[in-house]
Design a protein. Structure first.
Length: 148
């Protein structure tokens, strides 16, 4: 079976039930006739932009009219996943729940905040770069309002 067919099956599984781990996802795929290695499954998860949260794997992006990926709700993502925000000169450090830095960075990028030049994400930390200290303060204030 093709990669595309396998990835479509993964999306159907993740959208249809709670999938807490790659092992569970592999079992569900096996039930549907797809026997995959852990490495293949990891690549598929990355290709599909799946996110692992407390509830298990979920789709980060929804398919649009022409299968164009679109962020469902950047501010909702930030409200759910950001735990703390701190400023250091023109840099902002955004702390997230474990494993959530990538979707938070994507949400910040997709929201196109005028203060933000770019983001760099780790596992639970996003570094946000702004031009000047005032832009960083403005961004921290905006994000803090969302979190209250």
């Amino acid at each position: 079976m093709s990669k595309r067919t396998r990835q479509q099956a993964i999306l159907e599984i993740v959208r249809g039930q709670r999938v807490p781990s790659q092992a569970v996802l592999a079992q569900e795929l096996s039930k549907n006739g797809f026997n995959v290695t852990q490495a293949t499954l990891s690549r598929d998860i990355a290709d599909l932009n799946l996110m692992k949260s407390k509830g298990g794997y979920t789709t980060l992006r929804k398919a649009g009219a022409a299968d164009t990926p679109q962020m469902p709700d950047p501010e909702g993502t930030l409200r759910r996943l950001v735990t703390r925000v701190d400023q250091a000169n023109n840099l902002v450090v955004v702390k997230t729940s474990p494993g959530s830095a990538q979707p938070v960075a994507l949400a910040i990028d997709d929201a196109r905040y005028t203060e933000v030049l770019g983001t760099v994400a780790g596992d639970n930390t996003v570094l946000v770069v702004t031009r000047v200290n005032n832009d960083a303060r403005s961004f921290v204030d905006r994000l803090s309002e969302l979190l209250d």
